[in-house]
Design a protein around this ligand. Sequence first.
Ligand SMILES: [Zn+2]
Length: 146
Amino acid sequence: MRIELRVCQHCHEGEHENEHKTAVTRDLVACAERISEYKDVLGLDDVHIRRVREDEDDDGRPAALPAVAATIQNEQITVSDTQLVTMGENGYMLVYPNPQDALKVLSGNIDEINKETEVDVTVDLSPEGAAILAGEHDEVPDPPEA
Ligand SMILES: [Zn+2]
């Protein structure tokens, strides 16, 4: 299997002033780097981290796996700056355009490495990342009592 994580370099550096996204982006990169170190344990062929920048030399193209998630916003195609793409032995690519899902997939890989190596390779996640894995973002708070 091959994995490509695509992130916004500016969010990673904290330059886009979106604290939540910066925290999750750093978690995604930290997890992908850890997986890359142990990729032989999982039998992964390649773990690529693509950091997209806004300068003219960067056309945003994927580096390893040619798939980019897009949405339509204000009738314009907007390419996702954060996504995870995996390609299995069968050649199918899965695109996870949602950072929450991407973090869950990467974290699942780290759990696998923990099991295989019996070494704790767990990444210290931000409170934001930890909340995602705990499923807290899915919970809707109870409405206040009338
Ligand atoms: Zn950004």
